[in-house]
Design a protein around this ligand. Structure first.
Ligand code: GTP
Ligand code: MG
Length: 137
C-alpha cells in the first residue's frame, strides 16, 4: 500500500464535477486519507509548479491554478502513483483513454480537471505542501 497526492483543479470545481470525480476515484479503488476544499494563491501556485518554471505555459498554469478553489486530497492504494496516473489519463484530454477522468471531465491540455503526482517522492512533497500531519488519516 502507498500514497499519492491529487488536486481537483479550478475548472472541474467550477463545472460542478467534484462529486463525479471523487466517485471515479473511490470506484477506482483509492481510499481518501486526507481531503479539503482549499485555494492556491498565486505565490502557492508558483511554488507548487516551480518545476515547470521554464516552460512557455508556466504563467498561464499559475493563473489557472490560482483562479478559484481546488480540492486537495491524499489517496491510498497499492501502486498508488502509477495507478492514479492511469486513472486520470493523458495530460491532453484529446489523447486521454476512454474511462479516464480527463477523458470525462478535462476541457483542454491546460484546464485538465485533475492533478496526479508523478513519483512517490513528489507525492510526499506535494502532500506536505497542503496537509499538516493531524489532517492525514
Ligand atoms: P499534472 O498531474 O497536473 O502534473 O499533469 P501532468 O503530469 O499530466 O502534466 P505536466 O506535469 O507535464 O504539466 C503540469 C500541468 O501543466 C498540466 O496538467 C496542465 O495543467 C499544464 N500544462 C501542461 N502542458 C501545457 C500546455 O501545453 N499548455 C498549457 N496551457 N498548460 C499545460
Ligand atoms: Mg505532472
Amino acid at each position: 500500500t502507498n500514497r499519492t497526492f491529487t488536486m481537483i483543479k479550478p475548472d472541474a470545481v467550477e463545472a460542478g464535477n467534484i462529486g463525479n470525480i471523487l466517485k471515479m476515484i473511490t470506484d477506482g479503488g483509492f481510499k481518501i486519507v486526507a481531503m479539503k476544499l482549499t485555494h492556491l494563491s498565486e505565490t502557492d501556485a508558483k511554488k507548487f509548479y516551480a518545476v515547470h518554471a521554464a516552460r512557455p505555459f508556466y504563467g498561464e498554469l499559475v493563473e489557472f491554478m490560482s483562479r478559484g478553489p481546488i480540492v486537495a486530497a491524499i489517496l491510498e492504494k497499492e501502486n498508488a502513483v502509477e495507478d492514479f496516473r492511469a486513472l486520470i489519463g493523458a495530460t491532453n484530454p484529446a489523447e486521454a483513454a476512454e474511462g479516464t477522468i480527463r477523458k470525462a471531465y478535462a476541457k483542454s491540455i491546460g484546464e485538465n480537471a485533475v492533478h496526479g503526482s508523478d513519483s512517490d517522492e513528489n507525492a510526499a512533497i506535494e502532500a506536505a505542501f497542503h496537509f499538516a500531519g493531524r489532517e492525514i488519516f
